[in-house]
Design a binder for this molecule. Structure first.
Ligand code: ARG
Length: 459
């Protein structure tokens, strides 16, 4: 097949060069964005009388047919035609002859591919945001069921203070809300039209860039042609948002993996979302959570790899930038499957309430509340800390939790104690007394759930 840029060449390209240079194996994913961009360009060329309006019409009509044919799977792309841009143009020219050759007037593949990628990143940022929103909604439903489910809250993975399972889940809702905001920002960063930048220095044709932007739903037009063709910040932004999302999913996965160990036994994964061992018959493994945690490395790799690709590139376009596609595609595919599978896994797991409650009761997680009781009875906090510390020490030696100690035992350490200490260290009371904004008290968590339901509706 004749190369579109073959004019100044006297030799055919080596087959290996074709293979190495071409991106069609992966950038065919951009067919829709490419054709939509070309249709807007062709319409504008016709309106501006840069090409004959009738020719513009024919080009548009044929591009629409090509789009349908690609979707029907009847088109075979060629490696010799290098990329999606030249493949589409070659098919167009095959169908309408010389008129097809006019489409590329006033345009370069450099501003064309930048436009395609921006259209694509806008789409996937929107889709990612909505997928994360669904995961957050799943967590809100689960939280709703567990505003009374006491569990230990941890610091240093040591039992610290009692909270509820709902409160714990709601921490992840906050993270996923930020991920949604990040995806929205990615969309905004990609929302500038580079078409019209030409290869690097625009063009002499009187292009109406604003009308193209309006047709393609871009809210701005790029103001510098060198930057227009060579900016891939929006790809980095997407990869960064994807990496942070994976970091959140990975932390959550790590907790689920711990929780379904027999040492914790806080949750039991549904059989449909766990796997067995080929040798050990007793095993039920949290492979899904482990894979989500594992795939985090892959998405970080997409981000780090592409940042490294971009760091040494002089202005303006260089072929290095063809390497923007695979990491973006891979990161998107990965977060998509992870978010969807993770949501289903969480939705179907069983929460072992009694185990959680026993764990909260066993780890002296109400020790702070016991100290606070003393403070309310006139003891300075440091002294209260010391007194309760002694009681914990005593409890550890005698294998008793704070609520199992007798009043005599309490009094032996400090005469200030009376009967009301037991109510103050009741786990439910401990949780519900933390009744300020951001706290685990049932009333606060219910408010947070309601607030976030509304937030999700509006975002
Ligand atoms: N396939 C190329 C890419 O993805 C399209 C742009 C090619 N431009 C060029 N001057 N070779 O970056």
């Amino acid at each position: 097949m004749k190369k579109m840029w073959g004019g100044r060449f006297s030799k055919k390209t080596d087959l290996l060069t074709d293979d190495f240079n071409s991106s069609i194996s992966f950038d065919q994913r951009l067919y829709k964005q490419d054709i939509t961009g070309s249709i807007a360009h062709a319409r504008m060329l016709g309106k501006q009388n840069i090409i004959d309006p009738r020719e513009s019409k024919l080009i548009i009509q044929t591009l629409e047919e090509i789009l349908l044919d690609i979707e029907a799977g009847t088109i075979e792309f060629s490696v010799e035609m290098e990329d999606i841009h030249m493949n589409v143009e070659a098919i167009l020219t095959e169908r309408i002859g010389d008129i097809g050759k006019k489409l590329h007037t006033g345009r370069s593949r450099n501003d064309q591919v930048a436009t395609d990628m921006r259209l694509y990143v806008k789409d996937i940022a929107k889709d990612s945001k909505s997928l994360i929103g669904k995961l957050a909604a799943t967590l809100l439903d689960l939280a709703q069921e567990h505003t009374d489910t006491i569990m230990p809250g941890y610091t240093h993975l040591q039992r610290a203070q009692p909270i509820t399972f709902a409160h714990h889940l709601m921490a992840y809702v906050e993270m996923f809300k930020r991920d949604m905001i990040r995806m929205e920002q990615v969309r905004a960063m990609a929302d500038t039209l580079p078409l019209g930048s030409g290869a690097l220095a625009t063009t002499t044709y009187p292009l109406d860039r604003e009308s193209v932007a309006a047709e393609l739903d871009f809210s701005a037009v790029s103001l510098n042609s060198l930057d227009g063709v060579s900016d891939r910040d929006f790809c980095v932004d997407f990869l960064e948002a994807a990496a942070v999302l994976m970091m959140h999913l990975s932390r959550f996965s790590e907790e689920i993996i711990l929780w379904c160990s027999s040492e914790f036994n806080f949750v039991t994964l549904d059989d449909a979302f766990s796997t067995g061992s080929s040798i050990m018959p007793q095993k039920k493994n949290p492979d899904i959570a482990e894979l989500v945690r594992g795939k985090t490395g892959r998405v970080y790799g997409d981000l780090m790899g592409f940042l490294t690709t971009m760091k040494g590139i002089p202005l303006a376009y260089n072929k290095d930038m063809q390497e923007d596609k695979e990491p973006v595609f891979d990161a998107y595919d990965t977060i998509k499957i992870c978010v969807i599978t993770f949501a289903k896994m969480v939705k179907t797991m069983t929460v072992n309430k009694t185990v959680m409650k026993t764990a909260a009761a066993g780890g002296f997680s109400n020790a702070t509340d016991a100290a606070d009781w003393l403070v309310k009875h006139g003891i300075a906090f440091r002294d209260a800390h010391e007194i309760i510390g002694k009681l914990v020490f005593y409890g550890l030696e005698h294998k008793k939790s704070l609520d199992e100690l007798t009043l005599e035992e309490y009094k032996s350490v400090s005469p200030v104690f009376d009967e009301t200490i037991y109510e103050a260290i009741d786990l439910t009371v401990c949780v519900n007394q933390r009744n300020i904004i951001g706290g685990p008290a049932k009333a606060r968590v219910e408010q947070a759930i309601a607030f976030n339901r509304e937030w999700l509706k509006q975002n």
